[in-house]
Design a protein around this ligand. Structure first.
Ligand SMILES: [Zn+2]
Length: 339
């Protein structure tokens, strides 16, 4: 199902030309534009919106001179938010917060949002979604939807891993080959060291350690390991926000006068995690550190009044926060970056 590297690109359109065309189209999305372009012999890419709902699958925003494209790798409906969120709270307390926010009390839908940042000469991909392992559940659609946004896998220069949980590393490989054949890789040193340790391989997360062994370790010769304050490319800086995983990273992207944060999995529910940052989250491997990092990251973003993208926020996952009572008020992006 996955198209070859070259086959995924709209015919005759290089990535940059495609972007220029998209810009020429003005208000029209590049996806809409491409539907009017004749494609090569290969079948045209799937529609840029979900056929049954009209929901878009990708969104591009401008940040100074940079272009930031959020791709919906997939959605996962399930039971929750309790006890995944508010594990140390009563089910009723979590249900009440959901009710107050017009959300279902026992059902949740989670987004998975890899991000492409085009800055200077670099196309940087942050996280890779589920990859082949997610397809039977409707996830793992990053590469397919990148094509709709005008990017082929071979266009990616750098793949950055915010951390090494399965929903972030699953798309590194298609079968036995690298999904992004021209890319080098960036990951946190602390994160990598943990997942290849005997402690990880023999602990409760052994299955995830096995996924790291299969998907990440083969890339290690092309991998740069980073820590607090390291610059990935000019304008993109890594910061440590440990807790969700042992070496979890967030990133500040600056271009021109604008900054935007990628908060990865610092907060994974736009209400439960932000309005109640001190509630314990089952997926946070060190719950106390996860809480401390959540506060550190969102205090800083609130102070800066900067937009951020959360990997699991509702698509397109871009918003702002202000401090509000014991937590934060989340304001989804509308037209702030368009003017
Ligand atoms: Zn995640």
């Amino acid at each position: 199902m996955i198209k070859s590297d070259t086959g995924a690109a709209p015919s005759g359109l290089s990535r940059r030309n495609a972007l220029k065309l998209a810009a020429v189209a003005g208000g029209a999305s590049a996806g809409a534009l491409f539907s009017g372009v004749s494609f090569a012999q290969e079948a045209a890419p799937a529609a840029a919106t979900d056929a049954s709902t009209g929901m878009p699958n990708w969104r591009r925003i401008a940040l100074g001179e940079a272009s930031v494209t959020i791709i919906l790798d997939g959605l996962r409906p399930g039971e929750g938010p309790h006890p995944t969120f508010g594990e140390n709270q009563s089910a009723e307390a979590v249900a009440e917060l959901m009710r107050t926010n017009f959300l279902p009390e026992t059902r949740i839908v989670t987004s998975f949002l890899p991000v492409l940042v085009e800055m200077g000469e670099n196309l940087v991909l942050f996280d890779t979604g589920f990859g082949p392992g997610g397809r039977e559940n409707g996830q793992g659609r990053l590469v397919e939807r990148m094509a709709q946004a005008g990017y082929a896998p071979g266009d990616v220069d750098i793949v950055v891993l915010t951390h090494m949980h399965g929903d972030h590393i699953g798309g590194l490989m298609e079968g036995d080959v690298a999904a992004f054949p021209n890319a080098r890789y960036v990951a946190g040193q602390v994160e990598y060291d943990f997942w290849i340790s005997e402690e990880a391989k023999n602990g409760p997360r052994a299955q995830n350690a096995a996924a790291v062994e299969k998907l990440v370790v083969p890339m290690k010769d092309k991998m740069t390991f980073v820590a607090e304050g390291d610059e990935i490319v000019p304008g993109i800086v890594a910061y440590e926000a440990f807790g969700h995983s042992p070496g979890h990273l967030v990133f500040e992207i600056t271009s021109g006068e604008r900054s935007l944060w990628l908060t990865a999995d610092s907060a994974n529910h736009f209400v439960a995690s932000l309005q109640r940052p001190d509630w314990e989250v089952r997926f946070d491997m060190d719950k106390a550190a996860g809480i401390a990092s959540r506060r550190k990251v969102f205090d800083r973003i609130a102070e800066a009044r900067a937009p951020f993208i959360g990997y699991h926020m509702p698509f397109p996952g871009v918003g702002f926060v202000e401090k509000d009572g014991e937590g934060y008020r989340y304001v989804p992006l509308t037209y702030q970056l368009d003017v």
